[in-house]
Design a protein around this ligand. Structure first.
Ligand code: GLA
Length: 359
């Protein structure tokens, strides 16, 4: 769990912005809710020095990266940075290809705790080999650094990256919209990304997670109900919860979503089993994941614009019909009674109901 600069600020990063994000992470209560990492995405880089070491852009980061990492650490947070496996990053800055050891060494010296490693400008490089090279370089640096593979799922990293990194993107970039494609023709709406997670659940587990990209909650392109659906589904996927909004200017609704501790608890459940889509009929879907202790988390998803009744059966949850279980609504923060055999609830348009079901 953390925050990354890209979704809201793209290339407009500088040390004041990153410091203010760290400040806000603490003052909003997000750190105490579990958000631990502050990650600078692309565009922090300057040029390499004569020895091949990366130097940050001196205008954007006049105090240097080490001082910034120290600042973030002093807030009780961890610090992350971004590079690319190719010759250049997606933003056109120097990539790490051929400089993996120098870069990993420098990150360790700076106090970096997390590396997001992108896949632009990689020509005919082999994905597995390229990510393994950086993984080994990070290990050789002597500092534990979480390794985030941002390969967009092209080479199916879920099949080979378990021992290379800690999380891997499963798709191209998210767009701040419910469905369809961004006009740029590249980034995808929420439902497109959701559909691409179905079937990947066996590959997620403690220490190696599917990453359906960072959160758009609070960035303005979706309604609050749509953002609740976004946050709920990411928790069901056991996905990294990387906020991508401006933490210094959150609406009360955005805050309430990102700080919903009951939904966060599902995301972080120690069993670490990601949800399966157990039922789908047109715009209505049921996603379910087992929780430690025998309970289930369930999301009833209404993809369509008008309210509809959506049911879940105990059979879908692998419970016997006679089992009596308690229901709790994680957005209303209410126990809503008991049921056996199944339950059925009206779900608003472009919305979810998220429940825990506990025997
Ligand atoms: C790619 C990644 C994004 C972001 C940008 C930065 O598109 O998938 O998450 O890091 O590059 O340029």
């Amino acid at each position: 769990m953390g925050w990354n600069s890209w979704n809201r600020f793209a290339c407009h990063v500088n040390e004041a912005l990153i410091r203010s994000a760290a400040d806000a992470m603490v003052s909003t209560g997000m750190r105490d809710a579990g958000y631990g990492y502050i990650v600078i995405d692309d565009c922090w880089q300057g040029v390499r020095d004569a020895k091949g070491f990366m130097v940050p852009d001196a205008k954007k980061f006049p105090s240097g990266i080490k001082a910034l990492a120290d600042y973030v650490h002093a807030k009780g947070l961890k610090f992350g940075i971004y590079s690319d496996a190719g010759t250049k990053t997606c933003g056109g800055f120097p990539g790490s290809h051929g400089y993996e050891l120098q870069d990993a060494q420098r990150y360790a010296e700076w106090g970096v705790d997390y590396l997001k490693y992108d896949w632009c400008n990689t020509d005919n490089q082999d994905a597995q080999a390229s990510y393994l090279t950086m993984s080994k370089a990070l290990q050789a640096s002597g500092r534990p650094i979480v390794f985030s593979l941002c390969e967009w799922g092209n080479a199916k990293p879920w099949l080979w990256a378990q021992n290379i990194g800690n999380l891997w993107r499963t798709t191209g970039d998210i767009a701040d919209r419910w469905d369809g494609m961004d006009p740029n023709g590249y980034s995808m709406g929420l439902l497109k990304i959701v559909d691409m997670q179905a079937g990947l659940e066996p590959y997620a587990g403690p220490g190696h997670w599917n990453d359906p990209d960072m959160l758009e909650v609070g960035n303005g392109g979706m309604t609050d109900n749509e953002y609740r659906a976004h946050f709920s589904l990411w928790a069901m996927f056991a996905a990294p919860l990387i906020a991508g909004n401006d933490l210094t200017a959150m609406s009360p609704h955005t805050r309430e979503i990102l700080l919903n501790k009951e939904v966060i608890a599902v995301d972080q459940d120690s069993l670490g089993v990601a949800a399966s889509r157990v039922w789908k009929e047109g715009d209505a879907e049921v996603w379910a994941r087992p929780l430690k202790g025998g309970g289930r988390a369930v999301v009833l998803l209404n993809r369509g614009p008008t309210p509809r009744q959506i049911g879940v059966t105990w059979e879908q949850l692998r419970y016997p019909d006679h089992l009596v279980a308690k229901l709790r609504d994680l957005w209303r923060h209410k126990d809503t009674g008991t049921a056996s055999a199944g339950t059925s609830i009206v779900v608003g348009g472009h919305a979810v109901v998220m429940l825990t079901i506990s025997p």
